[in-house]
Design a binder for this molecule. Structure first.
Ligand SMILES: Nc1ncnc2c1ncn2[C@@H]1O[C@H](COP(=O)(O)OP(=O)(O)O)[C@@H](O)[C@H]1O
Ligand SMILES: [Mg+2]
Length: 191
């Protein structure tokens, strides 16, 4: 695969700590890593999670790149900023992703709001950036909570979780209540 040839005219759509992502076609993109080890780590994550509806399809892997499905829709932060509220069905989509992460054996049950994509035309949301999904250890999605808190929807999210998934709610609530100084007073705990 001649990467330089492939990248001619390709538009850069994102940049993170590990790589750059270019759009190749309406349905696919390429992520190029500056460190081959990160390419290996993310490739391994894609292999272990293969077939899940919450991750992009993987088309091709090379020593320093992955070619994958271009996820449609908007990242959760952009989606919520535009919408201005967290609905029950948005919460259901997020919970489905969390339960998929658990089912797939991720050790990092967390994702930044800009790594979660929601497309209203699709039944499930998707999560991207799987470099550390099986290496970092996080059992409570604190990065996601922080993102939702910044967007002022953490309270409404947890209010929906309380109804939709009481068991998970209890685990999260215990954790957050013990750290209320960091997350502010959450209305949902007063009810
Ligand atoms: N499959 C994809 N579909 C659509 N956008 C993507 C996809 N993969 C990455 N992006 C965009 O590129 C950005 C950087 O990709 P990411 O995987 O987070 O790289 P890094 O590991 O360097 O953080 C993402 O935040 C997102 O905006
Ligand atoms: Mg990233």
């Amino acid at each position: 695969m001649d990467i330089q040839e492939l990248l001619k005219g390709a538009v850069l759509i994102g940049k993170g700590k590990q790589g750059r992502v270019y759009k190749l076609a309406s349905d696919r993109c390429i992520k190029i890593y500056s460190d081959e080890q990160h390419a290996q780590m993310e490739y391994m994550s894609y292999c272990r999670a293969e077939g899940s509806p919450v991750i992009p399809k993987l088309y091709e892997a090379g020593p320093n790149y992955l070619i994958m499905e271009l996820v449609q829709g908007a990242s959760l932060d952009r989606y919520l900023k535009k919408k201005g509220a967290m609905t029950r069905s948005d919460t259901e989509r997020i919970l489905f992703i969390i339960h998929e992460m658990i089912r797939l054996g991720f050790t990092r049950i967390d994702a930044a709001v800009f790594h979660i994509f929601i497309d209203q035309d699709q039944p499930t949301g998707k999560v991207i950036d799987l470099v550390n999904s099986y290496t970092k250890q996080y059992h409570i999605p604190l990065v996601m909570f922080k993102g939702l808190s910044k967007l002022n929807v953490l309270n409404s999210f947890l209010t929906h979780v309380k109804v939709l998934d009481p068991e998970l709610y209890q685990i999260w609530a215990n954790y957050l209540m013990a750290r209320s100084e960091r997350y502010g007073k959450l209305q949902v705990f007063d009810e």
